[in-house]
Design a protein around this ligand. Structure first.
Ligand SMILES: [Zn+2]
Length: 202
């Protein structure tokens, strides 16, 4: 898992991430706050799930805040926050990463946003941001659906995937993809072969 070994992550941050990933369905907003981030839920355009904003005056310990689209589902918002947390813990010190910056008069409106340069939309998986976006997606997946917890319970019956999705507070589709991904990773060990394919075909 990225956050257990990645040396870009501060030790203090890593401790919070590991604690979050130690059991299912923990509150992602609380994790963000422990990491020193502020979270605001706002109505954003449909194609924007969330954005990480450098905002030295927003009152957060880190000087960053995450704005998440209040119009999207609870499960989608969790995933979006996890994705922006990934940008914060992994990418904020990378030269390639230029976070969106708050406007001077923060406090009135969400700064949305003529997209400036390398702003980071959760939906942006093309171009020069692709590597960072894919990495943030992988990180979010590992954070919300840790392999060691999923594998413990994994089954490829639809009802059990639904139960896992509920326990981990993610969408059914996200959990199905995660279970299949873990299954495929473990296939070399000969575990559970065939059942994922059956499910896919169903
Ligand atoms: Zn992103």
């Amino acid at each position: 898992m990225h956050f257990k070994s990645d040396n870009r992550i501060d030790e203090a941050d890593r401790k919070h991430l590991r604690s979050f990933a130690s059991s299912a369905g923990q509150h992602i907003h609380e994790l963000a706050m422990r990491l020193g981030l502020r979270i605001d839920e706002e109505e954003l355009p449909d194609d924007v799930s969330a954005v990480l904003i450098k905002s030295p005056n927003c009152g957060s310990k880190s000087g960053f805040r995450i704005v998440v689209n209040a119009r999207q589902s609870f499960e989608r918002r969790r995933l979006s926050v996890a994705h922006e947390i990934a940008h914060y813990v992994l990418h904020r010190n990378e030269p390639d990463f230029v976070p969106v910056e708050d406007c001077e008069d923060y406090g009135e409106v969400v700064p949305f946003l003529p997209l400036r340069g390398n702003s980071y939309r959760s939906t942006d998986t093309r171009g020069q941001n692709r590597r960072l976006e894919l990495e943030a997606n992988a990180f979010a997946t590992c954070l919300l659906m840790p392999e060691h917890l999923i594998r413990k319970n994994a089954s490829y019956r639809v009802g059990q995937i639904r139960t896992l999705a509920r326990d981990f507070q993610v969408s059914f589709d996200a959990m199905r993809r995660r279970v299949e991904e873990i299954h495929n990773n473990g296939q070399a060990k000969g575990s559970l072969s065939g059942r994922a394919a059956q499910h896919q075909a169903a």
